[in-house]
Design a binder for this molecule. Structure first.
Ligand code: HH2
Length: 289
């Protein structure tokens, strides 16, 4: 497997040696996964504590989000998203030395976070929701995650339909890569994500995992975020999000087998172990360092 480096803030992300683990920090009161940290006056302390813990447990990067994208969610006003994300990035920048990603579709939030020391932008709209976003990413020269979503979080689960989900998601991502490149974002800064759970039924999500290699052929590292999502609950007879850890583990291990580069997860300690074992099978065993 080819090893590739991506400059990321003061550090770098190395893809291809082992699967990278992105830990999710939701600065929200309403995330679907049940882990939203925006509760009570000491929320910022809890964000820092959680961020530190995730790094200790094996997170290679952290993904900070101030707006839930769960199905049916209303957008958060930009002032509120800034109030959540900016202090969190500032405090985490002091507390941890792994790259910090910001999960936002808003250019103003991305810019403010990058100024505070964030290293990459995770845009679930693939630079479509805010016309300024592409300029911010190009100006800072930071890595960006381009994710596929059908519709918006508000309506994406209203009967999503595809003729061929894998081909449609691949074509969408290819179009977004070319669109971003034409606007000054170099290909070697782009990570693609088929968008597990974003405008997809369970059978669509399963097909995307099974065909992850198709997305690798786009020439960019591939990220997947199956953690605690409803497809896993459906497969397990309706288990709620906090009881989907084992199901997530199975999905993560298979994503490794099918060629994923980065997994975005809530349960860092457990998934770090899953990755170590799955990577040993898929990429070859290396002693614990
Ligand atoms: N999933 C969520 C949010 N951001 N970003 C990428 N690139 N890929 C994903 O699959 C993805 C994402 C949804 O998970 P979570 O952040 O835990 O929930 P919520 O949006 O409700 O806060």
């Amino acid at each position: 497997m080819t090893v590739r480096e991506m400059r990321c803030g003061l550090g770098r992300l190395v893809f291809g040696e082992r699967t990278l683990l992105m830990g999710v920090l939701n600065i929200t009161p309403d995330s679907f996964s049940g882990d939203g940290l925006l509760v009570g006056p000491d929320w910022l302390d809890r964000v820092v504590e959680m961020g530190r813990r995730m790094v200790r447990e094996g997170a290679d990067l952290l993904d900070v989000g101030g707006e839930s994208t769960r199905p049916g969610a209303d957008p958060v006003p930009v002032e509120e998203e800034l109030r959540r994300v900016v202090p969190a990035v500032r405090a985490l920048r002091e507390a941890v030395d792994v790259p910090i990603s910001v999960d936002t579709t808003k250019a103003q939030v991305a810019r403010a976070a990058l100024v505070e020391g964030a290293d990459l932008i995770n845009d679930v709209s693939a630079l479509r929701f805010d016309p300024e976003m592409v300029r911010v990413v190009a100006e800072f020269g930071c890595p960006v995650v381009l994710m596929h979503m059908k519709g918006t979080p508000k309506d994406m689960q209203h009967h999503p339909q595809y003729q061929d989900v894998v081909a449609e998601v691949r074509d969408f991502l290819w179009e977004r890569i070319q669109w971003a490149e034409a606007r000054g974002i170099s290909r070697d800064r782009i990570i693609v994500d088929p968008g597990f759970g974003f405008g997809k039924r369970p059978e669509h999500n399963l097909a995307l995992v099974r065909h992850l290699k198709v997305f690798r052929e786009l020439g960019c590292p591939v990220l997947l975020g199956p953690s605690r999502k409803s497809t896993i609950g459906v497969l397990l007879g309706g288990l709620p999000p906090l009881e989907r850890v084992e199901g997530t583990a199975a999905m993560v291990a298979l994503a490794v087998a099918f060629g994923v580069d980065v997994v975005r997860v809530h349960d860092v300690r457990v998934m770090a172990q899953v990755l170590r074992v799955a990577d040993a099978v898929v990429r070859g065993w290396r002693p614990v360092g």
